[in-house]
Design a protein around this ligand. Sequence first.
Ligand code: NI
Length: 181
Amino acid sequence: MPIRPILRMGDPRLLQASDPVKEFDSAFLEALVEDLVDTVHSVNGAGLAAPQIGILQQVVIFGGVEQSRYPDTDSVPFTVLVNPQIEVLSKETESFWEGCLSVPGMRGLVERPSHIRYSGFDQFGNAIEREAKGFHAIVVQHECDHLQGILYPMRMKSMSMFGFEEELSHHISPPPVAEGN
Ligand code: NI
């Protein structure tokens, strides 16, 4: 299946809420997941949401990539998550320097809940329910935000903590990424 162009911030489709998937184990969903996987692998990203390739359906993929650059982060299993729900389990938050394939070349510091439970389905309709902390929790929240039309700069508290990755790399230690570039 083809590698699809990734929409960039400014495209109004990235600001729309996606619709729930109604039919599982379909040819449409199989093709969509293949496109998401091929596209995210082509740019070595950590995750991708369907609206980023212009499909306004509640489907995200994440995990399964080497995170050895960030030894403090737990490894995240490769996951296809359809119609996700997130429940925050703790008031504690963590700040990560996030990136997004739809905001290429940039990083921003985003504070999010650090302990969540997420649930949903895989592409075949099998239920998924997991608890996640740290990097795993951040990636899931970042990807699921895309399904609500939210890009990470919209979550930032200070625009002074936003910049080009190339410049920031001279001034901060290697930032964890939520989505790769
Ligand atoms: Ni993103």
